[in-house]
Design a protein around this ligand. Sequence first.
Ligand SMILES: [Zn+2]
Ligand SMILES: [Zn+2]
Ligand SMILES: [Zn+2]
Length: 140
Amino acid sequence: MTIKDAMNLLRKKGYKMTDRREEILKFFSDEAENKYKTAKDLYDHMEKRYPGISYDTVYRNLHLYHELGILESTELDGEKHFRMTCGGSHHHHFICKICGTTKKLNFCPMDYVSKLLGQYIIDDHKFEVYGLCPKCITTN
Ligand SMILES: [Zn+2]
Ligand SMILES: [Zn+2]
Ligand SMILES: [Zn+2]
C-alpha cells in the first residue's frame, strides 16, 4: 500500500489527516527496506520529530492503522512488529529474523493443506518463513 492509498482510506473513513499521521505512514513506507518495525521503533522516530509526543498517541494511531488494514503485523521474538500491507494478490513472506527485511513469496500452501484436511472448513491461515537475508548472512 502506498502513502497516497493509505491517506485516501483514512479520509474515506472520516479520519483527519494530520502531519503526525502522515509521518507515521512515511516511517512505514520505506519501500527499499520493506522491514517489520516495532511500536518502539516508531515511537523513537516520532519523538525525534515531535519532542514530547505521548506514547499513547503513537500507539493509538499504530493500532488504528492496523485495524484499517494499512499495516500488517507479525510476532518476532515475542514482540509485535508492523509493516505496510503489500496489497495485490494473495501471497506470503520470508522474514529475516535479524533485520526484519521481508521478501514476497508468490506462493500459498493452502491448496495442498485443504486437500489434507478434506471436509474441514478453513476460515483463515497464516504462513511465514523465517531465516537470514543475504545481507545478514554476510555480516554475521
Ligand atoms: Zn506482502
Ligand atoms: Zn536481514
Ligand atoms: Zn496463503
